[in-house]
Design a binder for this molecule. Sequence first.
Ligand code: BTN
Length: 311
Amino acid sequence: MQESRERILSALSEGPVTGPELADDLEISRAAVWKHIEELRDAGFEITSTGSGYEIESVPEFGGIAVEFGLEAPFEIEYHDSIGSTNARARGLATEGRENVVVLADEQTGGRGRLDREWSSPSGGLWLSILLRPTRPATHAPVYTLAAAVATARAVRETGVDARIKWPNDVLVEGRKLSGILTEMEGEADRISWLVVGIGINANVGTDRLPDREDVTSLQAEVGEVDRRNLTQTLITEFHELVHDEGEIVPAWRDLSATLDRRVRVETANGTVEGRAIDIEFPGSLVIETDGEETVVTVGDCTHLRASEGA
Ligand code: BTN
């Protein structure tokens, strides 16, 4: 966020403050203070001006500045009312050398999912991509996807849904998909150059606006309209804390898993593995037991089977 605007918001969050006080504290002109206040009003902040100074009466429901206001993680938010794909935009920012940016949109017109599938992203959802430059080997990249799934599950659980994670990274509510994650990266074997973690949550959208209605759900369908600003802030903060405490990610994933201890079928490039999912290993592999033998699967499409199904 622009530094003076950030400092104005931070000062206003403490209570009323006058224009001259802000100008003195920030060492900028009163005209510059006024310009920032007008910019914030244009962005949807309700700011009153009384004898005791400027005061924030309300924060917009959504948007870049609204999400940055009070965000407890060091990310810049680039907001779009509508964009093709936040992942594509974040990849573009990566090639410009940027980092620690979250691209956030109300609507995507060309959202992509895993295996290059279309990802339906109507207005009202939460579509975002986090751009990072972790100093980690490329083999560790899957743990960022696990962290995103845990952060998403934790954030949506605060709205009252019983969210669980299907390996590797779908967030489900009672078996229906609420959220998906698409991680993209570039780097050498010994070092990630950039990583884009794209997260889509069906937030304030009716399931009639989503495909495969039987298998998908939304927060609106489960609990009604949610506060997307709060949800986005919780998600980003949880993610930030998890990736700075790598040892916590796999245990946290296990706690929220819908896959462990279930019969599963995983389609991999080398064939199909069917059996009981018994564990997850760093950085994100699933351990499947079939007739007493263990197979470790790193990538694949996972289906939960009913106890009576499969081998
Ligand atoms: C999947 O389950 O197939 C992954 C879906 C990932 C969707 C998100 S929405 C934000 C970001 N931008 C995209 O184009 N895709 C991801």
